[in-house]
Design a protein around this ligand. Structure first.
Ligand code: NAP
Length: 293
């Protein structure tokens, strides 16, 4: 059994990007600039945004954090997005989700300039992805592709089962695994909360990608020997014995499923760290696109 080590691979990717940034600086070029918008001060969202900003600083990107109050109106946020769209110094930006209830998330995602949409959430970019065109791939699915690629996990002709159909993970992952090319060329089954007899489907899978957010949902008796497991889930489970008051776990019963798996991602240290690395990669791509505009 091989652990798909997202911590190591994400560090490799960050080092590769940092090298490119050094070259840009040496050539007198402008370095990539990522902005992040956060509305309110929700704990986990702040943690995610701060780690994205810190990652930018570490690899030599410029970064800007736009922090707005929880009571920000939809019009005010749309104005901020307009400014970021028009700011030529900024190559890409993200709007941290979830947004407060007074703001229509769909409206906000549509307002982001597709050329600066490094999260890959704009319908233009999602459509391009589905049509195999060059575009920003959402960071978490992009990170999974990169893990499969760097460990040379065979995907061609395999049966991939995706659990969860969110717009940011499960749905794009199901499209990407069925694309022509590598990683891809899989036969894909997309499952969700209305899927009947899910264990009958997962037992047939060569590759299982779990993105449902139910701690240790996937048990050893639901998988076959040699299965490849990609666990996207991250859940904070309350635990008074821990200093933070919780521990983090994935959607997979790692201890038992890993005994049957050929490859498996741990939680934490699997898909999670890849997400930030691929956001940086998308920002680098945005910088290149920007140069060509
Ligand atoms: P989400 O929006 O929370 O949706 C969950 C999906 O799982 C839905 O499609 C739901 O089905 C399905 N589902 C729920 N219970 C199920 C069950 N018992 N059987 C089968 N399907 C079930 O999903 P998400 O935003 O993709 O998040 C999923 C997990 O991934 C969370 O733990 C999240 O924290 C984590 N995550 C991690 C990263 C990372 O960087 N590693 C990034 C994003 C998310 P319905 O559509 O029918 O409701």
């Amino acid at each position: 059994m091989t652990i798909l080590d997202g911590k190591k691979i994400s560090n490799d990717i960050k080092n590769e990007i940092a090298e490119e940034v050094q070259k840009m600086k040496a050539d007198g070029e402008k370095v990539p600039h990522l902005a992040a918008v956060i509305v309110g001060n929700d704990g986990p969202s702040m943690t995610y945004v701060n780690s994205k900003v810190r990652a930018c600083e570490r690899i030599g990107f410029e970064s800007t954090l736009v922090q707005l109050s929880y009571t920000t109106s939809e019009v005010e946020l749309l104005d901020t997005i307009q400014e970021l769209n028009e700011n030529d110094d900024i190559d890409g930006f993200i709007v941290q989700l979830p947004l407060p209830p007074q703001i229509n998330t769909e409206k906000i995602l549509l307002a982001v300039d597709a050329n600066k949409d490094v999260d890959g959430f704009h319908p233009t970019n999602f459509g391009k992805m589905a049509l195999d065109m060059s575009t920003f791939i959402p960071a978490t699915p992009f990170g999974i592709l990169e893990l499969l690629n760097r460990y040379k996990v065979e995907t061609k002709g395999k049966h991939t089962v995706v659990i969860g159909r969110s717009h940011i993970v499960g749905r794009p992952m199901s499209i990407l695994m069925g694309r022509k090319g590598f990683p891809g060329n899989s036969t894909v089954t997309l499952t969700h909360s209305h899927t009947k007899n899910i264990q009958e489907i997962t037992k047939q899978a060569d590759i299982i990608i779990t993105a449902l957010g139910v701690p240790e949902f996937l048990k050893a008796d639901m998988v076959k020997e040699g299965v490849v497991i990609i666990d996207v889930g991250i859940t904070r489970v309350p635990d008074a014995s821990k200093t933070k008051g919780y521990y983090i776990t994935g959607d997979v019963d790692f201890e038992n499923v890993s005994k049957k798996a050929s490859y498996i991602t741990p939680v934490p240290g699997g898909v999670g760290p890849m997400t930030i690395a691929m956001l940086l990669k998308n920002t680098l791509l945005a910088r290149e696109k920007h140069n060509r505009r």
